[in-house]
Design a protein around this ligand. Structure first.
Ligand SMILES: [Zn+2]
Length: 173
């Protein structure tokens, strides 16, 4: 069997990549600070809303209960729901349904309040308070780029199909 150096290079690249990902964005699960039930994880984080002291998440677990929408209290001019921990009924964040333009970036995202969340960091097996960490926007940027690339690929395939179809029908007539 011949030695294929390219496989080795691929594996090393993959290792380098995973090392970098863990360094920049450590993988972690989010827990209710009171009852420690799992509320979400770092795969679904798309950044941090500093002014609301919240982690922005695309998804949360089924142990996060979304309350009825209301527009009273701390968020003026917004219609929002509270996020409640199923385990201990404490408030763990909000989701904004309708808001003035300044809250556009967070609309429909789950905003987990950093003050109510503990993070279990997988590679160091340690539990820290979310308020001691910062959450970067990288994840969202990466997924938007990924979706864009996939979309462009599809578009390219469609236009090639269209050309082939046009050629076939020209041949038929
Ligand atoms: Zn709880």
């Amino acid at each position: 069997m011949e030695f294929d150096g390219s496989i080795l290079i691929q594996i090393t690249d993959k290792l380098k990549m995973s090392a970098r990902t863990t360094e920049d964005n450590p993988q972690m699960t989010f827990h209710c600070q009171k009852c420690h039930i799992v509320l979400g994880d770092s795969f679904d984080v798309c950044g941090e809303m500093k002014c609301m002291d919240s982690i922005m998440c695309l998804r949360v677990t089924e142990d996060v209960v979304v309350s009825d929408a209301n527009n009273e209290g701390e968020l003026a001019d917004c219609i929002f729901s509270l996020l409640i921990c199923r385990g201990c009924q404490s408030r763990v964040g909000k989701v904004v349904h309708s808001s003035p333009a300044c809250f556009d970036a967070v609309r429909s995202l789950f905003l987990l309040s950093k003050a109510s969340i503990s993070c279990y960091i997988l590679n160091s097996s340690s539990m820290v308070e979310a308020s001691t960490l910062t959450f970067k926007m990288n994840a969202l940027k990466e997924s938007v780029t990924e979706v864009k690339n996939r979309f462009e690929e599809q578009l390219d395939r469609m236009s090639r199909l269209q050309i082939r179809l046009a050629n076939t029908s020209a041949f038929d007539s």
